[in-house]
Each structure stands twice: as structure tokens, then as C-alpha cells.
Design a binder for this molecule. Sequence first.
Ligand SMILES: Cc1ncc(COP(=O)(O)O)c(C=O)c1O
Length: 404
Amino acid sequence: MTAIDALSPTAQAIARAEAHGVRNYAPLPVVLRHGEGVWVTDVEGRRYLDLLAAYSALNFGHRHPRLVAAAKAQLDTLTLTSRAFHAEPLARFTEGLAELAGLDVVLPMNTGAEAVETAIKASRRWGYDVKGVAPDRARIIVADGNFHGRTTTIVSFSTDADARRGFGPFTPGFDVVPFGDLDALEAAITEDTVAFLVEPIQGEGGVIIPPEGYLAGAAAICREHGVLLIADEIQSGLGRTGETFACDHEGVTPDVLVLGKALGGGIVPVSAVVAREEVMAPITPGSHGSTFGGNPFAAAVGAEVVAMLAEGEPQARARELGPTFLEGLRALDAPDVVEVRGRGLWAGVEIAGARTGKECCYALLEQGVLAKETHETTLRFAPPLIISDPELDEALARVGRALA
Ligand SMILES: Cc1ncc(COP(=O)(O)O)c(C=O)c1O
């Protein structure tokens, strides 16, 4: 028997994963084997309520039967073609998503960061070809505390030192303004500004909700100055906040909507940029693409996600359960909790006390709850939107015990 054989199944799996896997994450010490709905089971048979839901990529829960059926049907038909040829599911996906978003055209990609990159490239090209910005002068305004992904260009305008350290030289052309500050946005606009890229609610930033009227105000300023409003709804969109998109709370349709995470139904990476026709017109064959973007398997799953959202049930659940969830968190007898922010089934719980956010996550794990801190002092909860009333009560009871 080797030393590794003497370890528990959990410790064995972690030792093996760490032997050859780069440690760019620091996962909690739990090894998951099975998921269904809101629940996951680890290799030792312990069950947990998944209140992270893969940062909202699992808005419809683990292995939603309708999404799994769509995926299986497509697996038995056609999986990959490349975009050198047409394949049937993509049209269903783009038609449905454009209609859901109230916009004209859809450019499919895979990960969130790729979709953000796509929006950056498209808005720069629109700036040169349509707005008339001088060559290589285009600038994009972003918000302090943003999180838009991990590529070299995207970390170029991150304000998080950990995300940037050691990764320069950075891509130029970005201006950072305080999140929630409309005067600063307007003051930062110049004749070279092509876009304002913003998360309607900052997710990784700690579920930070801007002042009422911020998005509507930003949309008006952008319209007045001929600047594109790009809403990154990769985390906030697709039902999470109780509306299809977080922008809907202020009646705003952005020029460009960036989506990912839940668009893949918890099955496959699917992201997309949805925009007005004019914005994407300068994107011509050969100028941008992805081998896997819009592949038949991803498009079939994405089309089913869009169909579910078009029926409205996930948004309605988030709207119905959101107040119970947020009030329930606020009512906990939890000495380290200083603030609970949120919208729909999405909460940021601010911790300031004896325990760090990470220590709270360990306490949650012991109570059979999976969650993750962000920025050390915020616990982020984003249960699958299919959570039942009794499951939500159970979740609140467990969180209460962990944070008592
Ligand atoms: C708002 C936002 N944009 C972009 C991303 C990047 O997505 P991905 O990790 O799929 O590249 C994330 C991921 O957390 C996000 O929350």
C-alpha cells in the first residue's frame, strides 16, 4: 500500500489533482461526484446544497432534465462542424436570443472573457468605421472594481492588483471611472470614446448594486455622446436578478449585451455578444471568430436555455424567492455579518469580525453548504433559480448555523 492509498477518498483525489494540476485556484477540500438540481454529492457520499451554482453558470441547477435532453438529442445528431459550414441549431439559437434580448444580431463564442474581447473589438471597429474615430485612437471607459475575465487585454483594465501583477505590458485604450458615478462617466468621455463597458451589478466585486437610476443615466449619457453602452451581463443576466437581464430593472436595452455562464445551461461553455445591427456591421468574414463558437452542440443547449427564459419561469422564481432569501439572510443571528446586499436570488454578505470569508466558507461546508468568498470579506450566494421553497428554508437554516 502506498502513502496515497492510506488517505481518505477526498484526500487522495486532492493529492492527485494537486500533483500535476497548476494551482491557479484554491478550492475548498471537497471532491464532488454527482449533481442534481440544487444538490451535489461528494466522493464520500456527503450531500451539499450548492449555493454558488458555478458563479451563476448553474442558474437552472445541475443536470436540468430539459437541458440534458436537448444536449443528448444533439449528441446523437451532430456535434461539431466549425463555422466553415452552416449547421441547423445555430439559427435557432441566434433567432431566439436576439428576440429575448430585444436586439438584432448575435455573435456566439465560448467563454465569458472571449465574449468581452469580442465586444471590445467590435466597438473599436464600429468607432473607426461608423463613428469616424482616428486610427488607433479608440478608447473604452470601464468601472473601478470591474471583473470582465482574465485575458491580457481584459486584465489591462482591471483594478485588482492580483489579477494584473506580472502580466504586463498591458493593452492601452481604457479609462477607469468610479462605479456608480454618472458625472465621472460623462467627464471621461472624449471624441475618441467608443464605448462604456459595465456590469449592471458587479458580481466578483461583491454583488455591488449601483445607485438607482445609474444604468438609465449611463444609457442617456452614452446616447447623447455617440458612445456604445456595453452591458456585461455574464453573471447578472439570464434570470438571476428576477428579470431576464439586470438592465431590465431600469428599462434599459444596451447597444451591446455580453452573455455567458448560464447560457450554456451548466453543460457546455456558451457565450455570446448580442447587439444592434449597426454595431456589428463592420465585423466581416475573417475579421473575428472561434473554432468552437456557435458549434451545433453548444447552440442546441443555448437554444433550449433561451427557450426556457422566453417562458419566464426562472426569472419569476428569482423574483418570488429573492425577498425571502435576502430577508432571511438579514434576519440571521450572525455576529460577523455587517451587511446583506442583493437582488433576486443573488446576495453578497459582508463579513467583518472574528472570521474571514474563507473561514466562513469552511463553516458552511461543515453544514453541507457550498459557497465562495470574494475579496476575502464578502460571501456570495447565488442558489440555482430552480430551488424549491423548502430547499431555500433549509439553505437559510444551514447558513444560520454556520454563521452563528
Ligand atoms: C461579469 C463577468 N464578466 C466576464 C467573466 C468571465 O467569464 P469566463 O470566466 O467565462 O471567461 C465573468 C466571470 O466570472 C464575469 O462575472
